[in-house]
Design a protein around this ligand. Structure first.
Ligand SMILES: [Zn+2]
Length: 257
């Protein structure tokens, strides 16, 4: 296989995704919150990074950029509306660009809500979604609104089922505990818990995961399901008119979980 995707652990639970073309030893770096791990890996494997892709402004996604740019002098792609260090290629919804060294074409999705300007990178049925969607969960509201994040998750939901989701954190088991509190009768949740526990015992990532799988147990993609709405009504004591209301109170429930 000439192309691989490597999750490089960073900080306590981040992944820096490295998209590597082994045929010419080049790579793209997604969300480098730290630099040293990337540099060590590239040195060991004699790989030349050719670009940095950034999903949003948070420090655990951007703090490695400056050091990497100083060493490799490579372009930095990122959201046009957020302060990203060394940004050379500001991007907005539906923008497209290519990375010729990896023969990859990327499409930008506006998936704001976690932060107001958060973007996702879509290529060949792979979505790098930063902190917008996690396996069995979603990002907190740290700049955007519930309506915005709900719309962004709907946008992701409309992608093909086989889309592979590359999230920026290993939060899956914690998220599944919450998912199970919301939908105790959903057997797909327990199946995913068993699967992820086995992976984590081997120190393997629970990611990527297909969108099709996520739709079966991620409560934040299931806010129009009767079972989720019912649970949110009971927990919040609020009237739920629609999927967006359900999402808003579900997000609050998770914040306090
Ligand atoms: Zn973040």
């Amino acid at each position: 296989m000439t192309m691989t995707l490597k999750p490089l652990p960073s900080l306590s639970d981040n992944y820096i995704w490295l998209f590597i073309n082994h045929s010419n030893s080049t790579a793209v770096i997604v969300d480098p919150g730290t630099a040293a791990g990337c540099e060590n890996f590239f040195d060991q494997e004699s790989i030349q990074p050719v670009a940095i892709l950034v999903t949003h402004r948070h420090w655990d996604h951007v703090n490695g950029i400056e050091q990497l740019v100083q060493r490799y002098n490579i372009p930095v792609f990122g959201p046009a509306t957020e302060p990203i260090p060394c940004l050379t290629n500001p991007l907005s919804h539906d923008d497209r660009f290519s990375i010729p060294e990896l023969k990859l074409d990327f499409q930008i999705l506006d998936i704001g809500g976690h932060t107001e300007g958060h973007i996702g990178y879509l290529t060949n049925n792979k979505l790098f979604c930063g902190d917008t969607l996690f396996s069995a969960g979603c990002g907190r509201l740290l700049g955007g609104t519930a309506a915005q994040l709900h719309a962004s998750l709907n946008r992701i939901s409309q992608l093909p089922d086989e889309t592979a989701i590359y999230c920026a954190h290993e939060y899956t088991l914690d998220n599944l505990r919450f998912a199970q509190a919301v939908e105790p009768g959903n057997t797909d949740i327990q199946n995913r818990i068993d699967e992820v526990k086995a992976l984590r015992r081997e120190n393997l990532p629970s990611l990527p995961v297909s969108l099709q799988m996520e739709k079966r147990y991620n409560p934040f993609l299931r806010t129009s399901q009767e079972s989720v709405m019912q649970a949110v009504v009971e927990h919040s004591g609020q009237q739920i008119e629609n999927s967006e209301d359900c999402f808003r109170y579900l997000r609050m429930w998770k914040d306090g979980f």
